[in-house]
Design a protein around this ligand. Structure first.
Ligand code: AMP
Ligand code: MG
Length: 409
């Protein structure tokens, strides 16, 4: 029996980021940048107006007020995408619309609310005095040409995608999204939607793991439900290993005679079978299968155990495949206090109790049990906000501090 940290280290030492590739911007969200991005030109590329109004020389508005407006001839209209065809001369105004380039010669914009149209638009009355630069967005005042915008390792969010578009990048070099194959094994399993025969249960792990994979930002690949049959399990794992970047199987990794995933994986790859000093999710297997080779996670069959192993072991390793930096692989726990007794018995293991969190008065969360804690009782996981880390011992009394690993996106 080994500590969780040792198993995690073993796994992380054996996975490396996928080879970077260029992807179109539309596919970049959530991926990790594999290059530094530099702005090739100023953003915005030219000075432009932040307001609808009149482009002027600020000096021409000297002394203007509501009571004594300055009258200027309007010599042109400048709209976004349509620069003025000539410069603004002293004593002139141009009608200008938000985003339009500032005409040469103009140095300020009078917002339309401070003006009155005269002579059917041929002239304007300006009721305020403006200073140079007013309502002008300078070239490069967001990004300067040559400026490093993002560093490698940056996770691309929607706003990063927007900035990349701003600097004219149609493609970006990233670590590709890992394709993660998921299969379930077990003669007792039936796909949801089919009626249950005697002794049968629904396959909950596969839909759940596919959803966990997607939620974590990877591409889920459904490798199906496989019977307890050596050759079928071997075929599913071999196919999966050749088409996916990683595989998650659930079930068949305990010590029973029918634990055929264990038998097959031992034949196909270099596996390590572990018993972890945690509860739930004690049995866990990891290895490399095929020529590429493909990392394979043998998760336990009990659904709660499957989810907990995914969270504690598979997710960090898949994040490494996806190029996330070392300090961003494992979830950070949040500090909470027990809102009731979170009981357990000493057994040499760390327990992960499914808990709900609510905000407490001192800024810490208050953790209470999310329901029945059996490793087959998935409902409490669905109701939980996180996994409370209960070190070996008698549990945590009300009011005592407890660390909680958040679940979810
Ligand atoms: P195993 O590790 O295959 O012996 O499975 C341990 C327990 O988990 C048994 O009660 C199985 O019926 C159950 N189990 C295995 N796979 C799944 C699954 N995909 N969905 C729901 N329960 C499962
Ligand atoms: Mg089984």
């Amino acid at each position: 029996v080994i500590p969780l940290e040792e198993a995690r280290r073993h796994v992380l030492e054996r996975v490396a980021p996928l080879a970077p590739a260029r992807v179109p911007l539309a596919a970049a969200r959530g991926l990790v940048l594999a290059e530094a991005v530099t702005a090739p030109a100023d953003v915005p590329p030219f000075p432009n107006t932040a307001m609808d109004g009149y482009a002027v020389r600020a000096a021409d508005t000297a002394g203007a007020s509501d009571a004594a407006p300055v009258r200027l001839p309007v010599v042109a209209e400048v709209a976004a995408g349509h620069p003025a065809s000539r410069a603004l001369a002293p004593g002139e105004a141009m009608r200008i619309f938000t985003g339009a380039p500032m005409p040469d010669g103009a140095d300020a914009v009078v917002m339309v609310e401070a003006t009155a149209r005269l002579d059917a638009g041929a002239a304007v009355a300006i009721g305020i005095e403006v200073t140079p630069g007013l309502h002008v967005r300078g070239a490069g005042d967001d990004l300067r040409a040559g400026e490093v915008v993002f560093e490698p390792g940056q996770v691309l969010t929607p706003s990063h995608v927007g900035v990349l578009a701003n600097v004219g990048a149609a493609e970006v070099r990233v670590v590709p999204r890992p394709r993660v194959g998921v299969l379930s094994t077990g003669d007792e399993l039936v796909v949801p939607g089919r009626p249950l025969g005697p002794g049968q249960i629904h396959d909950s792990n596969r839909p759940m793991l596919l959803a966990l994979v997607a939620e974590a930002g990877f591409e889920p690949v459904d490798l199906g439900l496989v019977a307890d049959d050596e050759s079928r399990i071997a075929a599913a794992l071999t196919d999966g290993a050749s088409t996916c970047d990683a595989l998650l199987s659930s079930g068949g990794v305990s010590m029973g005679d029918l634990d055929l995933v264990k038998v097959v994986l031992d034949r196909l790859g270099e596996m390590r079978w572990m018993q972890l000093a945690i509860r739930p999710a004690k049995p866990f297997a990891f290895g490399l299968v095929g020529d590429r080779p493909t990392p394979v996670f043998g998760l336990p069959g009990n659904p709660v155990s499957s989810l907990v192993s995914f969270e504690l072991l598979a997710r960090p390793a898949l994040r490494r495949l996806a190029g996330h930096p070392d300090d961003a692989l494992v979830r950070q726990s949040v500090a909470a206090v027990a809102g009731e007794r979170l009981g357990r018995r000493p057994d040499g293991k760390v327990h992960f109790a499914r808990v709900r969190l609510r905000p407490g008065e001192d800024g810490r969360f208050v953790a209470t049990s999310a329901g029945a804690q059996g490793s087959h009782q998935l409902t409490a996981v669905a109701r939980a906000d996180g996994l409370a880390v209960l070190p070996d011992g008698d549990g945590v009394d009300p009011g005592q501090p407890v660390e909680v690993l958040p679940l979810g996106p």
